[in-house]
Design a protein around this ligand. Sequence first.
Ligand SMILES: [Zn+2]
Length: 366
Amino acid sequence: MTSNRFCVFCGNPPEKKNREHILPQWLLELTGDPKRVVNFGTNFKDGSTVKFDWLNFCVPACESCNSEYSKLEGRAKSYVLTLLDRGALNSIEYIDFMDWMDKVRVGLWIAYHFIQGNPTNIQPSFHIKTRIGQKDRMIAIYPLEGDGVGLNALGTESLIFHSQPSCMGLRINNILIINMSSDFLFSARCGFPFPKSCFTMLDGENPYMMHTSDFSITRKIKHPLIRKNIIKPSIHLYQPILGKSEDKRFQSGFVGDYSSFDAYLAKHTLPPYPSGKGILYFQHLDRVEPIYDINQSIEFENCTGIHSKPMYRIVQQIYEFQNFLYKQEKFLAENRELELNHAKRTKLLLKWNNNVIAHYSGMRNV
Ligand SMILES: [Zn+2]
């Protein structure tokens, strides 16, 4: 794959050639010398270490796409500055910030394909525009002690991230953000529609298409929203998002929703109904709190005592969650050999992450 075949936003050949910084200039300036050189992980094609200066870390983009997203960058900068000061944002601002995290996550995924030589042989099947605000998503924000300055993309070099860019970390000076997003990640536990059957076909008419059926809805919130332990963050927000559907059975126009009006979904989604975009749910240690007032300030909570963990533990967690999410996916194929090969490949991807996890869990307060 050459680096100038498609626009990172829309996936078309870039009209009016332009280059997009996946990690924008304002973020580079905020976190050190923007011209610094950073170790970017391994090029899997020849095993060499790839070093890049972030400033030259660009991917192709159309001029029109680029300017469309530059406004989001301006707002994201003000959110980041607020978070570095441990300030409060409201739901509207956090949702906008999650859009920016989607942009960064998918952008890094596409960029790493260029940098690392596409080791898992995946053709990017989506681009930033088709992935912003389309699936259930969450953020966990951790305060880091001290006045450290720096920028790190965490977990983005793993083989699992190459196959499925669903979980990553982003350290910006004294905060570390974990971001996860995938289909029906916690829809059931938010009381939203979810498929009882969900699998991806590796071959057949539409290879790599996800097949969902037998939808159900409980309209009840279950604690915790993700059934895996997570180190307590200061900000812990979840947003369920319904996918759009042309299927006439889904009367509201969203996947899994058979009714034309659902009082629970109306109460738990952003206006105007039906938007399909959930309100935010704050995951506390002992309960889940839906935030109905979208203008209410969400305060940055303290993480002290037993809840204060060193950075490497939080980083380790990113790789654990990548494995957790990958193991939840079900892949089938009509061709038995293809299915077996995929199972073998899955083992390899999980093992790669397990090695990283073992490395971090061997660290003791250094
Ligand atoms: Zn474009």
